[in-house]
Write a protein that binds this ligand. Structure first.
Ligand code: G16
Length: 543
């Protein structure tokens, strides 16, 4: 057994999207497909040579086979040590933490996030750099360019590693260290939060329900909530990770986590409910009879963060992605800290976190996180909420109502139009882009358009510019309509329509979200003509 150079034919479709390369499992199973992509990564990241690499995934179908391939290609490319989560499991935030903790030069995270799994489902791979964050767009572009001209890859042939056995193994000169996937992450959480207070809160009879959706967070939730915090065993459901995620769609939102939502809105609701996604970076927060939208969750956590041990010094700044509602902006203003608006994609937060400009950030797509790692972190958000409940003694509903009373309320929804043809999706975008200059000043109902443009972002650290990051129609502080193309789908094109309406009068703080947004939906329809152009009568999913 030795390192060999294998001749290969380049694939032309290995372009990373919002968060890594995501394709159908069958695509990844084509001969040399994964090997090619990995070789392109190693070619474009020479700093990995002789260094440590972290490797793990969300446990979906093809994870175990892909881990073996990644180890063999790493050995072929002179990696000194690979740290692998036992069983091939590592949640995305735990992988980010491990990269930082062990001063690895980078990491490979095998995940297609919340996308369905199984032989007919999706697979994915992300390359994270030495700071624990996802590779920048310029780096993933270089990897893509390399993948198109690749003609050989280097592999340690015939290697096999027992990824279920903890401890050290070797392949040639390379060491493979199999680690418990929870240990280091759980220790980090213990540093950030007041576990004694949360334990006490639970001991006093407060109840929680966490839905791991048969994805990667099961073992993490079991250790942290049950073993460390003393929550009863039945506080966690769907806790065993399955290769097909139990046939479900592990996206923690009102649609795909419906049983949890029904429980929290039912007669026997626990005090707190939460769910995470396939790879553990997303979260959904619920209280008894209330859903906290991701934008609100970011704002509410930001407002309370200095009450938690890991954030005693307060916060340096806040960031949100452009389509995320502007609730956190109100908090930043009140706290007199900077607020940043970035394109969709967690990678855009990384330089802000790395330079200490922000402490907390979040996205409408059920992502919240902080400076403790360089990925969004589902369980972090759940623990942060539990810690806030424990120190304030308030319920989720009381926290939300007090927040809205103080800052006003942002009603918010996202309408997804899935599986459109690329041509149709482009037509819709072009139609709206074409209206840009004539919209400002026009009145629709009670609102006047103050700005209509395409969002672009300049990174304050490296000066790089990300253009074409979504079209926005802004009605001052009152409302926004945003349209952008998703970068994570694996079938056709997905258009996302984001709707935000701000109200601050006390009489307007308890409306139903769909009713509050109905006038805005009509305006969006009038301007964008989504229904007319796509022929769709309704969105595929509303979250
Ligand atoms: C990924 C990114 C997020 C992004 C989300 C949706 O999340 O990490 O930053 O908000 O996709 O992206 P899009 O709107 O382009 O589909 P995840 O949890 O899928 O890795």
């Amino acid at each position: 057994m030795a390192v060999r150079e294998i001749a290969t034919k380049a694939y032309l479709d290995q372009k990373s999207g919002t968060a890594g390369l995501r394709k159908k499992v069958a695509v990844f199973q084509q001969p040399h497909y994964l090997e090619n992509f990995l070789q392109s990564v190693f070619d474009c990241a020479p700093e990995l040579k002789g260094q440590t690499l972290v490797l793990g995934g969300d446990g979906r179908h093809h994870n175990r086979a892909a881990i073996q391939t990644a180890i063999a290609i790493a050995a072929g490319n002179g990696i000194q040590r690979v740290i692998v989560g036992q069983g091939g499991l590592l949640s995305t935030p735990a992988a980010s933490h491990l990269i930082r903790l062990r001063k690895a030069a980078g990491g490979l995270i095998l995940t297609a996030s919340h996308n369905p799994a199984g032989p007919d489902g999706d697979f994915g791979i992300k390359f994270n750099i030495g700071n624990g964050g996802q590779a920048s767009e310029s780096l993933t572009d270089r990897i893509y360019e390399q993948s198109k001209v690749l003609s050989r890859y280097r592999i340690f042939e015939g290697s096999y590693v027992d990824i279920d056995r903890r401890g050290l193994q070797t392949i040639g000169d390379m060491e493979i260290e199999i680690v418990d996937c929870v240990d280091d992450y759980a220790a980090l959480m213990q540093e950030m939060f007041d576990f004694d207070r949360i334990r006490e809160w639970l001991r006093k009879g407060h109840s929680i329900r966490f839905d791991a959706m048969h994805a990667v967070t099961g073992p993490y939730a079991q250790r942290i909530f049950v073993e460390m915090l003393g929550a009863p065993l039945n506080s966690i459901v769907n806790a065993s990770p399955l290769e097909d995620f139990g046939g479900g769609h592990p996206d923690p939102n009102l649609i795909y986590a419906k049983p949890l939502v029904d429980l929290l809105f039912g007669d026997r609701a626990p005090d707190f409910g939460a769910a995470s996604d396939g790879d553990g970076d997303r979260n959904m927060i619920l209280g008894r009879g209330i859903f906290i939208s991701p934008g609100d969750s970011l704002a509410m956590l930001a407002a309370h963060l200095n009450k938690l041990p890991g954030y005693k010094d307060g916060i340096a700044g806040i960031a949100r992605s452009m389509p995320t509602c502007r609730a956190a902006d109100k908090v930043a203003k009140a706290m007199a800290v900077p607020m940043y608006e970035t394109p969709t994609g967690w990678k855009f937060f990384c330089n802000l976190l790395e330079t200490g400009r922000i402490t907390i950030c979040g996205e409408e797509s059920f992502g919240t996180g902080s400076s403790h790692v360089r990925e969004k972190d589902g369980l972090w958000a759940v623990l942060a909420w539990l810690n806030v409940l424990a120190v304030t003694g308030l319920s989720v509903k009381e926290i939300a109502e007090a927040h809205w009373k103080h800052y006003g309320r942002h009603y918010y929804a996202r309408h997804d139009y899935d599986e459109l043809s690329a041509a149709t999706a482009t037509q819709v975008m072009q139609h709206l882009a074409g209206l840009g200059t004539e919209l400002p000043g026009q009145k629709f109902g009670d609102w006047t358009v103050t700005q209509a443009d395409e969002f672009s972002y300049q990174d304050p650290l490296d000066g790089s510019i990300a253009a074409n990051q979504g079209l926005r129609i802004v009605f001052g502080d009152d409302a926004r309509i945003i349209l952008r193309l998703s970068g994570t789908g694996t079938k056709g094109a997905t258009l996302r329509l984001y709707l935000e309406r701000y109200e601050q009068h006390e009489s307007s703080l308890a409306w139903k979200t769909n009713e509050a947004l109905a006038p805005l939906v009509n305006i969006a329809d009038k301007i964008i003509k989504l229904g007319e152009i796509t022929g769709r009568k309704a969105p595929s999913v509303i979250t």
